[in-house]
Ligand binder design. Structure first.
Ligand code: PGA
Length: 251
């Protein structure tokens, strides 16, 4: 495993640290391709990026690419990842919505939408990809059992992911059962990957991903084969690692 692992005091420090590296990429290449994640883990990163934009970071030429999208929600549903990214990324950073690309979970031909999105991602050559991790070790919606050679596809959510995501819906039965997700090989095509985890419930998945064998039982363990992975954890998400990293203070 060649990943750099940073443990921070809290989610705010994680956000500031990861956002500063995204800003470096954008400063070096103003038309960078940035892969973005949804869920609670990256929220502090987008808040920090919004502050940087307010103080002069120019993101006007950046293209942003989502990892995944639910299938089966009504158009415009507030928990569709298109709508979530509108709230957490487009509006706070003042982006043109056309620069944010999301797999089309509302397409009549989902297989074709998946294939087209895979081509889009590989052509974009993602410079830096943000990733959360599921409590079951998923990355994107690549659930345990996903092959490491998988491409963007239509697939099913595991019951544990549906339970984890039920907090966003009025009733657990309303959590979609299907999704479109970048495959593991699609994710690994990014030049650099930033994996983020916040909270003790992510501890076992992080330990399996970073210290366990590479196995489809831990989709995130596929990251062990990537040359440029940086892992940012709060102290509680690092609690299951065998090595004690200690929290790094931010300047
Ligand atoms: P979370 O989800 O950031 O909301 O914990 C991460 C994931 O499921 O990939």
């Amino acid at each position: 495993m060649t990943a750099v692992i940073d443990v921070h005091r809290d989610a705010l420090d994680v956000g500031r640290s990861v956002a500063s590296r995204i800003a470096e990429v954008i400063s070096a290449r103003p038309d960078a391709a940035v892969g973005v994640a949804t869920g609670s883990s990256p929220e502090s990163i987008y808040q920090a990026l919004a502050e940087m934009v307010a103080t002069g970071l120019d993101v006007g030429q950046v293209q942003w690419y989502a990892l995944d999208e639910y299938v089966g929600l009504p158009q415009g549903h507030p928990e569709s990842y298109r709508a979530v990214l509108d709230r957490v990324l487009v509006r706070p950073l003042g982006l043109d919505p056309a620069t944010v690309h999301v797999p089309d979970g509302f397409a009549s031909d989902l297989e074709q939408a998946a294939a087209e999105y895979d081509i889009l991602i590989r052509a974009a050559q993602i410079d830096i990809q943000l990733l959360g991790i599921g409590s079951n070790g998923h990355i994107g919606f690549n659930e345990p059992g996903s092959t490491f050679t998988s491409s963007t596809r239509v697939t099913e959510l595991s019951e544990s992911t549906r339970r984890d995501n039920a907090r966003y819906f009025a009733h657990p039965d309303l959590v979609p059962r299907s999704c479109l997700t970048q495959g593991i090989s699609t994710i690994l095509s990014a030049a650099a990957i930033e994996l983020v985890a916040i909270g003790a419930n992510k501890g076992p998945a992080i330990a399996a991903a970073l210290e366990g064998p590479t196995s489809t039982r831990s989709p995130a363990s596929a990251l062990q084969s990537h040359r440029h992975v940086r892992v940012s954890l709060d102290t509680s998400a690092s609690s299951s690692l065998s090595h004690d990293f200690g929290a790094v203070p931010l300047p």
